[in-house]
Write a protein that binds this ligand. Sequence first.
Ligand code: DX5
Ligand code: ZN
Length: 219
Amino acid sequence: MGTLVSPSILSADFAHLAKDIEMLNRSDADWIHADVMDGVFVPNISFGFPVLKYVHELTQKPLDVHLMIVQPEKFIHEVKSIGAKVMNVHYEACPHIHRVIQQIREAGMEPAVTLNPGTPVHILDDIIRDLYMVLVMSVNPGFGGQAFIPHSLEKVAQLKELILRTGSDALIEVDGGVNHETGAALVAAGADVLVAGSVVFGSADSEKTIGELKSLKRT
Ligand code: DX5
Ligand code: ZN
């Protein structure tokens, strides 16, 4: 089975965003990853719902929305209204994570929980069966183009073990510093979905790069 690829539009050309979305539409990308930042949870601000509304109008690809914001549960309605398939919330931003997961499902979206590099996998023990996906951050969130944290490979393997042990069917997505080399190692460790920002948009042939990441064989 090929790997799912979710290109991150944080690295797109915002002066010509429609052109980059058209490229993604032509490509074999499975989803489009959208990084929303609030300058509080992470030390950067990106884009919000007015921009994502247009992205949704320009593509049929499912949106994979990654909220790097405090109190993400306040925005469940907005995330749904821009057509999101997956709503990723950070574990560190949600004291009532179980409730938020239920609310996302009730709103008709797939719930995913994101872990920062410093957050251990075992905190998912009591929610892993309720999740569509876990997003493992392999950089500290806030910026594209950062170096991959090698320990993330171990976390992916631990998470795979937790999923198999509990009979969960959660997917494993990894975000940050993904390229051909780290992508291959992540898929070998158990990753199902690769988020890819700078490697895709910095490539001379973005569609080809997406195809190459997709061709990594999942175990
Ligand atoms: C980082 C974001 C990522 C980012 C990845 O905070 O969550 O989605 O776009 O960028 P690359 O692939 O360049 O590391
Ligand atoms: Zn992201």
